[in-house]
Design a protein around this ligand. Structure first.
Ligand code: HEM
Length: 447
């Protein structure tokens, strides 16, 4: 879904308070320490104390103005992309994803890349990927052991990686897939392993390129992807191929020129990084919640076995992403002063629509802590009240892809196995780089 033409930044009203809204007064270092361990708790405490707009100060981040009122979130998502910069907030990814990545760009350059990437991600296209996704999920799920505690998150990662290799990279042949899979896994560790990400934060994105261990992993991935791009450009059946790489090779900029190898490389890695861990995490949460609600799991299973429409599956996915959003907030760095919620926020601060808090608002979602897929059965999610994929011109490009993939994997899983939690206690969120994962990796027992 694309946003409508963005409005210009609203003028500053005379009554606006100049400066940042109130927030916890602890020093930045202490706020950072609490944030890294108990982000959700900190958000909820702060909202209880300061309301729907408050300020947090986290080390190595801009000052965040947290927003949890749908009207304020709407203002940000429909705001002028020249004023609300998302790419600037993602600069840490630039040495890894490259200078052309849609994630690190803003304004015209961002829209240019986004336009090229959109066609393969349109909803209808997902149907074409259904068969491949189903085969991959079924093969993987059938190999899982029964009768013993089993962590689902690493297996969900294996499934989502395999699906990306086939549908995005269009690589099917085992001899090519094995080295590419290995190189991509090593590369992904750079983005998800806090020990590897820490130096990027400490020494800064530019100098990290000089560290040999970092360089080696990136070079290896570049070599293998470069080869795939080169060969795909020569493929005679390009028009018949439906993988994303083939579509990018065929895509044209507005001036009619093709994408360069560097652009395609950067976008392929962007799709991998943005789409792999996130979807695996969402799937893990879906199972973490379902096994603790056996009646809902049973309803899902009956629906899957019956075939036909699957409203409960759709609602389960929506409710999982509401209650356990993979990412708790999105960032828009302000390039000029903007009035939001009665405050004139300074340039340089970041407006941060808070996914976690919007999704926990009891006025929008009665009994917000309960896992209730039923709440979405007759009420489709609202554009500014259900925002697990962010919004506006930066809304997740893979939202339809991810939900389709989740549906395939959950269907194949519940059809094949009876599933119980390894431990009846709920798993709490645990932060890995930027995603919030189940602390024990969604440990279950299959039978
Ligand atoms: C459940 C899984 C996923 C979740 C929760 C998720 C969430 C998000 C969020 C919150 C954003 C930022 C939006 C904003 O700033 O407003 C985003 C951006 C993005 N996502 Fe996803 N994502 C998921 C899966 C995927 C998949 C499967 C792909 C592609 C294969 C993907 C590709 C992207 C891209 C390219 C962007 C950047 C869009 C832009 O800046 O214009 N995501 N995603």
């Amino acid at each position: 879904m694309e946003a409508m033409a963005p409005a210009a930044a609203p003028p500053i009203a005379p009554g606006a308070v100049r400066g940042l809204p109130p927030g916890p007064r602890m020093p930045r270092a202490l706020q950072t320490a609490i944030w890294s361990r108990q982000a959700q708790w900190m958000l909820e405490q702060s909202r209880a104390r300061f309301g729907d707009i408050f300020t947090l100060r986290i080390a190595h981040e801009d000052t965040w103005v947290m927003l949890s009122d749908p009207e304020l979130v709407k203002q940000v998502f429909t705001g002028d992309p020249r004023v609300f910069h998302a790419g600037e907030g993602n600069q840490i990814l630039r040495p890894i994803l490259g200078d052309n990545s849609v994630l690190v760009l803003d304004e015209k350059a961002h829209i240019g890349q986004r336009r090229l990437l959109l066609p393969p991600f349109h909803g209808e296209r997902m149907q074409g990927y259904g068969e491949t996704m189903t085969e991959i999920a079924a093969r993987e799920i059938e190999s899982w052991p029964t009768g013993t505690p089993y962590k689902l998150r690493p297996r969900m990662q294996a499934i989502t990686l395999e699906i990306i290799l086939e549908t995005v990279f269009g690589v099917h042949d085992k001899a090519r897939m094995d080295p590419l899979r290995k190189a991509l896994r090593d590369f992904l560790d750079l983005t998800t392993d806090p020990r590897l990400l820490a130096p990027v934060i400490l020494i800064g994105p530019e100098r990290i390129r000089r560290i040999p261990a970092f360089r080696r992993r990136v070079d290896r991935v570049d070599e293998l992807i470069g080869r795939e791009i080169g060969e795909r450009r020569l493929a005679e059946d390009l028009d018949e191929r439906d993988d994303v790489l083939s579509m990018l090779v065929a895509a044209r900029h507005e001036d009619g020129s093709p994408m360069s190898d560097a652009e395609i490389r950067d976008e392929l890695l962007t799709l991998l990084v943005a789409g792999h861990e996130t979807t695996a995490t969402a799937l893990s949460w879906a199972m973490e919640r379902l096994v603790r609600h056996p009646d809902k799991l049973e309803r899902l299973r009956a629906e899957a076995l019956a075939g036909g429409d699957e409203p409960y599956l759709t609602a389960t996915i929506q409710e999982t992403l509401r209650l356990r959003p993979v990412i708790v907030l999105v960032i828009r760095k302000l390039t000029e002063p903007v009035e939001i919620g009665g405050y004139e926020l300074p340039a340089g601060a970041a407006a941060t629509p808070c996914i976690h808090l919007i999704h926990r608002n009891p006025e929008i979602y009665p009994e917000p802590e309960r896992f209730l897929p039923e709440r979405f059965l007759d009420n489709p999610p609202g554009t500014y009240t259900w925002i697990p994929f962010g919004g506006g011109v930066r809304r997740c490009l893979g939202a339809a892809f991810a939900q389709f993939e989740m549906a395939v994997v959950l269907r194949e899983l519940v059809k094949r196995h009876r599933i119980e939690p390894a431990d009846p206690a709920s798993e709490r969120p645990f932060r890995r780089a930027i995603t919030e994962t189940p602390r024990h990796d969604a440990e279950v027992v299959l039978s």
